[in-house]
Design a protein around this ligand. Sequence first.
Ligand code: SF4
Length: 72
Amino acid sequence: MTWSISVDAGSCLGSGICAGSRPDLFRFHGSYAEPVTSTVAPDEDVLDLADTCPAAAILIRDQSGAELAPRP
Ligand code: SF4
């Protein structure tokens, strides 16, 4: 099973929290972050990062397309 991971470039504030915490998953593209790969193995850490993003710009979906994070 894999999850999809994406960053809304229009919402990203460029805080660097995601890329600083998990450079294996996020990198900077100019002034905003982007995922290194479009899918990721299920990992609670990834959900926590999506919850922590100050812009709620990181979106994690499961294979059915259901939104897993950011969580309400
Ligand atoms: S934590 Fe959110 S706002 Fe900060 S760089 Fe990553 S995606 Fe952008």
